[in-house]
Design a protein around this ligand. Structure first.
Ligand code: GRF
Length: 199
């Protein structure tokens, strides 16, 4: 059994895709032990609650400085004793101490084909605005291992999405989420849980 903890910040549609894939059996031998959000209003926490999964908010706003928040976040993750930490729309920088504690056992979903449109400032809708600005014909999503550098770790999976002439950032984001993110994140978790990917 692969025990995972999922870190979220927003709507939690990637978390929902993982939960749905476990429920319908396409993802096997995986248990979500907990969901942690830096944002107490994240609908992702509501999704966890509806699924009967432990959820909590660990917010930088509740700590006097970044160091004490980082420590609280690491303790929070450790409390679930995960085999794998999944960043699903998590918008807070992962502390170096967490990467040291879970070497090659933290994965992230990014809404572009890395190395395009990634790094500092590239998150959420911004990624799709830049893709449309550049005029790329193909974009997509990437699951990669989290390392010290932002969006620089080994790539585990990618899925392309064609850009339509009439796409807006929002229509493109929706299609990348539906057709790519929600597909490859559960797939990679399943592959790790069942020995098809060795981290
Ligand atoms: C979305 O922009 C998604 O592309 C990225 O994180 C954001 C929130 O996703 N991965 P979610 O709905 O909270 O999973």
């Amino acid at each position: 059994m692969l025990n995972i903890v999922v870190l979220v910040s927003g709507g939690g549609t990637n978390l929902q895709a993982i939960m749905d894939s476990i429920a319908d059996g396409t993802v096997k031998n995986v248990t979500i032990k907990g969901v942690i959000s830096n944002n107490r209003n994240a609908y992702a926490l509501e999704r966890a609650k509806l699924e009967g999964i432990a959820g909590e908010c660990i917010s930088p706003k509740d700590y006097p400085d970044r160091e004490s928040f980082n420590e609280a976040l690491l303790k929070g993750v450790e409390s679930y004793n995960p085999d794998l930490v999944v960043l699903a729309g998590f918008l807070v920088a992962i502390p170096a101490k967490m990467i040291e504690r879970y070497p090659n056992r933290i994965i992230n979903i990014h809404p572009s084909l890395i190395p395009s449109f990634c790094g500092v400032g590239y998150y959420g809708l911004k990624v799709h605005e830049k893709a449309l600005e550049r005029g790329v014909k193909v974009t997509g999503a990437t699951v990669h291992v989290v390392t010290e550098g932002l969006d620089e770790g080994p790539i585990l999976a990618q899925k392309p999405v064609m850009v339509n002439d009439d796409d807006t950032p929002k229509t493109l984001q929706k299609r990348v989420m539906e057709n790519a993110e929600w597909v490859i994140l559960p797939e990679v978790i399943n592959d790790i849980a069942n020995g098809n990917i060795r981290l």
